[in-house]
Design a protein around this ligand. Structure first.
Ligand code: ADP
Length: 514
């Protein structure tokens, strides 16, 4: 089909003035005329559609393809074609209207000059006001149905629009987060998340709408949620999206993982990784301590053997050479034992660490999700204050998570014994080329005997403790080029702080080293 035979000016004038809701298309499907009544049905003005290609004039309409097919069928068969009611919108209107279309070919002297389309709203039981009432009633029913679903659905559900504003909230979600639907409707959904997601959420949505890249939609992930009282909890979030025309709606389905056993695959995986590493590092730490302890007697043995050898040189007689040979061999063996131990220490010091640039907030989120299971039941208020400039660190993710899990779990355990306020906070801060991470608690503080030997292995006040956690933390942090120390909190409690390198520094160093 081409536009060689565009409709005559008479036909255009006739259609434009028609009291019926009609529009005229050229054979190439350009809208060449539209009556006032047609513009009303479509909810548009002449300039928005006349002179435009049909695809462009009604872009975004669900039933555009069917309309094009109907026009082409009418022209091809020379017969009117009736299309079932479909959804249409124009470029200036998001709202889609249900419209019925009859396409009739315009044939002059056996030549197809275009197609005339009659548009109308489909007949409803009782036209006019009664029809509108029926639509309103249907809408009310739909709304009431949604409300009743939101009241009864056992899942926590949150519906948001494309700007992230809350449209509806299920009763379970109200209970879970501690807000009523009235309080939060129209507000940004980021209020259900702790930093850094709270600040970043608009960006996540914008990125998705711009790129279509899915990070969570349809995938589901374990994230941290924040209640009205400021406490946080691990939750599993799945997001579904719905598109009507160009408008997006997102529905979040949330499962609170606080009470659940750690059955979620991700959590289990994370836990397996961290515990495996913990055991491995604990073993290393023990080996290192043992190596240090054994090395001293070995050196002493070696010295004594050398002394014996010297003394034996003053002796005479037949057994002397055999004695000297035995002493030399014993010396060799002591040396060999020393070498084995040195190698073991080197291996432990080096570890099997694999460093990459990691996202610090994400790393903290994963570690806290794991370490904070049970925080709510024990009325522990957890807060995160993460420096947006401290986004990246060059680390072995699992090792650093292990440090965080250790510190957070220690804080958690001390808070369990506390009868006062139970506050735990995790903070990050960029300081020159280092990132400082701190884990603070409002617990009883360190006992003096522990404080004197802090970060040394086998120091514990816990019945089931091994006293290896903090010494492992120190080994890991120092292997990363950082430092770990402890401070008293001004109003009681303890703050553990450690530093890690920010990646820019590493990159510069790598360049210098070349
Ligand atoms: P473990 O947890 O096996 O005892 P750690 O090396 O992790 O081993 O901790 C050593 C000791 O340090 C603990 O037993 C505890 O007495 C003390 N400790 C650690 N963190 C804290 C804290 N946040 N507040 C008070 N004491 C702490």
């Amino acid at each position: 089909m081409n536009d060689a035979h565009i409709p005559s000016p008479d036909a255009i004038a006739l259609v434009s003035a028609s009291p019926d809701a009609v529009l005229l298309l050229s054979p190439g499907l350009t809208v060449v005329a539209a009556s006032e009544a047609c513009l009303r049905v479509l909810g548009t003005c002449r300039d928005d559609i006349v002179g435009r290609d049909l695809h462009q004039a009604l872009a975004g309409s669900d039933s555009l393809d069917a309309l094009v097919a109907s026009a082409n069928a009418a022209m091809r068969n020379g017969q009117p074609h009736h299309m079932a009611p479909g959804l249409f919108r124009t470029a200036t209107d998001w709202h889609q209207r249900l419209i019925e279309v009859l396409s009739a070919p315009v044939v002059v002297g056996g030549v197809v000059q275009g197609v005339l389309q009659q548009v109308k709203e489909p007949l409803r039981p009782g036209e006019g006001r009664a029809g509108r009432r029926a639509v309103e009633e249907a809408l009310q029913v739909a709304e009431a149905r949604l409300r009743s679903i939101m009241r009864t659905v056992p899942d926590a559900m949150i519906i948001i629009d494309e700007r992230g504003l809350i449209e509806a909230l299920s009763l379970t979600a109200e209970r879970l987060f501690g807000y009523t639907a009235d309080e939060v409707t129209g507000k940004n959904v980021s209020l259900f998340m702790p930093s850094p997601h709270r600040e970043a959420h608009d960006g996540y949505l914008e990125r998705y709408l711009a790129t279509g890249e899915r990070h969570i939609i349809g995938i589901g992930r374990i994230v941290v949620g924040q209640r009205k009282d400021g406490t946080t909890f691990p939750m599993h979030l799945t997001i579904g999206e719905m598109r009507t025309g160009d408008k997006y709606t997102f529905t979040g389905f949330i499962r609170d993982l606080t009470d659940q056993q750690l059955t979620e695959a991700r959590l289990r995986e994370l836990q397996a990784e961290v515990t495996h590493m913990s055991r491995f590092t604990a073993l290393g730490e023990m080996a290192s301590t043992l190596a240090h302890e054994i090395n001293q007697p070995l050196t002493a043995i070696n010295n004594y053997l050398r002394g014996c050898h010297r003394l034996s040189q003053r002796l005479e007689g037949e057994p002397v050479p055999a004695l000297q040979d035995a002493l030399a061999k014993a010396g060799d063996q002591a040396l060999r034992a020393g070498q084995i131990i040195r190698r073991l220490r080197e291996f432990v010091a080096r570890g099997d660490s694999e460093r990459r640039v990691e996202n610090l907030p994400k790393l903290i989120e994963d570690a806290s999700t794991l370490a904070l299971v049970g925080a709510r039941e024990n009325a522990i208020t957890v807060s995160f204050r993460l420096d947006p400039r401290a986004e990246q660190v060059l680390v072995d993710r699992i090792q650093v998570q292990q440090v965080l899990v250790n510190l957070i779990r220690n804080a958690f355990e001390i808070l369990m014994d506390s009868t006062g306020k139970r506050e735990l906070s995790v903070e990050t801060q960029l300081l020159d080329d280092m990132v400082q991470i701190s884990v603070a608690d409002s617990g009883a503080g360190l006992s003096p005997e522990v404080r004197a030997h802090l970060f040394q292995p086998f120091v514990t006040t816990k019945q089931k403790g091994m006293g290896l956690g903090l010494s492992i933390c120190r080994t890991i942090v120092e292997a990363h080029g950082g430092r770990i120390w402890v401070d008293n909190r001004p109003h009681g409690g303890t703050i553990f702080r450690f530093t890690l390198r920010a990646p820019a520094d590493e990159a510069e160093e790598a360049k210098l080293g070349q």
